[in-house]
Design a protein around this ligand. Structure first.
Ligand code: NAD
Length: 370
């Protein structure tokens, strides 16, 4: 099979969908790998690193799209990429169809087989191709919180871990899933005092076993939240209600009980945020201030650390890409229930119910098409 890797062209996207180690493995299986010139540079992989393992570096995206039987990408195809999609071609990437009707219609019209990272789902319910980005964002949330506490950034001037004789910062984490647990580990490791709220008692029990003693675990309700909020130096928003907007746990009026110069990092911003005053920001302009509280709400946090994010993402995506290349999409999806869940659009037919529902489109059963 010819596997193609175009350079990501969405603004400020520096990740790449295949690293040289992956290209080498595909070559070992007898596939051809076409990489667009410069595709890996933002993640620290020069064109020569791909050439050295037998991939072919080509100068234009058009050539990659025209020749590849399977395209592997990071972000959803954006408008300039739509004409490149063609009938029968597999496109394996994040799509987030429900967020864009024009993208959905372009993919339907193109006749590609769209397999979306975000809906690949294990029997346990876990979304293995979203998990690595949540791990990155959770860990990064603590770094960002610590940074914006510094006076020069307008923060209250508190060192996250304190020093002997001086108390550490209070970090309050809302939600103890992948983002929240990773944030708790990092903050606790830096010697902050951490309080984490979650609704799931099972999850709290698990976290109690795996997190260190400087993390307190509390059941999430409004009373407990308000009691913690006035002490917090950093608040990390990490709740998720699958498929729904994040609940607004911290209301605008609640900011008044917080200490001036405290920092809110609302990682859940991509689902609308769990703080009422959250609005999405970018890496170029990551923060704004409301009522003396610094808000950090970058919707694409992993994009700030593309080297780590590319490696974390491809560690998770590559085994699926390899199977798609080896067996073809039909067999690979028949063999692997998780990958089957990734099928969103097959040659013009929407097969993922939530996408069809979002735009009132007819829905076909994927089972009849693989
Ligand atoms: N900004 C970014 O760059 C970025 C990157 C990755 C993930 N995210 C977002 O971060 C959020 C969290 O992702 P995740 O992977 O950790 O999800 P997850 O499903 O692993 O965890 C969510 C947790 O929230 C808990 N929860 C739900 N309602 C709650 C409430 N009212 N109070 C307290 N806890 C509650 C759930 O019990 C669960 O443990 C999502 O919105 C995700 O899209 C953002």
């Amino acid at each position: 099979m010819i596997v193609g890797v175009p350079k990501e062209i969405k603004t400020a996207e520096h990740r790449v969908a295949l690293v040289p180690a992956g290209a080498e493995s595909l070559r070992g299986d007898g596939h051809s790998v076409l990489v667009e010139q410069g595709a890996g540079v933002g993640s620290g992989f020069a064109d020569d690193a791909y050439r050295a393992v037998g991939a072919t570096v080509v100068s234009t995206a058009a050539e990659v799209w025209a020749k590849a039987e399977m395209i592997v990408k990071v972000k959803e195809p954006i408008e300039p990429e739509w004409p490149g999609m063609r009938k029968g071609q597999v496109v394996f990437t994040y799509f987030h169809f429900a967020a864009s009707e024009p993208l959905t219609r372009a993919v339907i019209q193109s006749g590609v087989i769209a397999i979306a990272y975000e809906t690949v789902q294990l029997a346990s319910g876990e979304l293995p191709l979203l998990t690595p980005m949540s791990e990155v964002a959770g860990r990064m949330a603590v770094q960002e919180g610590a940074k914006y506490l510094e006076k020069v950034y307008g923060g209250s001037g508190i060192l996250l871990g304190g020093v002997p004789g001086v108390l550490p910062a209070e970090v309050l984490i809302l939600g103890g899933g992948v983002v929240g647990a990773n944030a708790a580990k990092m903050a606790a490791g830096l010697a902050a005092h951490v309080t984490l709220l979650d609704l799931s008692l099972d999850r709290l029990r698990y976290l109690a076993d795996v997190l260190p003693p400087n993390v307190d675990l509390l059941y999430s309700n409004r009373h407990n939240l308000l009691e913690q909020l006035h002490k917090a130096d950093v608040v990390i928003g990490a709740v998720l209600l699958p498929g729904a907007k994040a609940p607004k746990l911290v209301r605008r009026d609640d900011l008044k009980v917080m200490k001036p110069g405290s920092v809110i990092v609302d990682v859940a911003v991509d689902q609308g945020g769990c703080i009422e005053t959250t609005k999405p920001t970018t890496h170029e302009h990551p923060t704004y201030v409301v009522d003396g509280i610094i808000h950090y709400a970058v919707a694409n946090m992993p994009g700030g650390v593309p080297r780590t994010s590319t490696l974390a993402l491809t560690n998770a995506t590559f085994p699926y890409a390899k199977r798609l290349a080896r067996h073809g999409w039909k067999q690979a999806c028949r063999d692997d229930g998780a990958l089957f869940q990734g099928l969103n659009v097959i040659e013009g037919k929407v097969v993922y119910p939530a996408v069809a529902e979002a735009f009132g489109l007819p829905h076909a059963d994927a089972k009849g098409l693989v």
